[in-house]
Design a protein around this ligand. Structure first.
Ligand code: TMP
Length: 225
């Protein structure tokens, strides 16, 4: 069955590359997204930047529910995948099939980390939804921004002074610890895809590491084309 509802051709055949940024709230990942997009654009690559939850008009409505409305863990997980199905059909798959690179601020690793690690859902349920929704589409590089919980907490509290905290950010520290543990386990289980970034480093040091990684990805991408 075509999970994309025939809005676009089923596009597991990928020409572009699919990069994701992950980490606990306050890890500092999002500030590197536009920089990475600019780095790739300078090399002549078409880049689409996006995020989850969100990425489409419907996805943004779902995001607002997820961040603010009270709901069961099952509802939360199903809403995340509903938004993801839309995101894949409307944004990610069409971009990859025309050869653009997609950089997404979070994707399904976040569901394993937050809904499985944080909320305690069994991973098998997420795996079923993942395979139905994604039809084999997965990121080929994931940057995991890793910081000690205390540093992330401090960064969140500075940000929340102006923005307020959402349902996830206001969870207690053990929740964030479980999310982090789950992320690290996933990075260990998929070393070919994950790049672990020590997010305590300076912005320049982090960008040096990201640039090296992007250079490697670009080289193998061009060698293949
Ligand atoms: P953001 O602040 O990085 O945009 O993400 C919003 C929140 O959504 C963040 O606290 C993590 C949460 N989230 C999940 O719980 N599961 C998911 O699958 C995704 C993509 C995000």
């Amino acid at each position: 069955m075509d999970a994309t509802n025939n809005k676009v051709p089923t596009t597991r055949a990928r020409l572009g590359q699919f990069l994701t940024l992950e980490g606990i709230d306050g890890a500092g990942k999002s500030s590197h997204l536009n920089w990475a997009a600019g780095y790739l654009s300078d090399q002549g690559i078409e880049v689409v930047t996006t995020r989850e939850p969100g990425g489409t008009p419907l996805g943004d409505q779902i995001r607002s529910l997820l961040l603010n409305a009270s709901m069961t863990p099952a509802t939360e997980c199903l809403l995340l995948f509903a938004g993801r199905a839309e995101h894949l059909a409307e944004v990610i798959n069409p971009a990859l099939s025309r050869g653009a690179w997609v950089i997404s601020d979070r994707f399904t690793d976040a569901t394993y980390a937050y809904q499985c690690g944080g909320r305690g859902m069994v991973p098998e349920r997420i795996a079923v939804l993942e395979s139905w929704t994604q039809q084999g589409q997965h990121p080929n590089r994931t940057w995991l921004f890793d910081v000690p919980l205390a540093v992330a907490k401090q960064r969140r509290s500075i940000r929340n002074e102006t923005q307020g905290s959402d349902r996830f950010e206001s969870e207690p520290e053990p929740f964030h610890q479980r999310v982090q543990d789950q992320y690290l386990q996933r990075a260990q289980a998929h070393p070919e895809r994950f790049l672990l970034i020590d997010a305590r480093q300076s912005i320049q040091q982090i960008r040096q590491q990201l640039a090296m990684d992007l250079d490697g990805l670009l080289k193998s991408y061009r060698d293949r084309s």
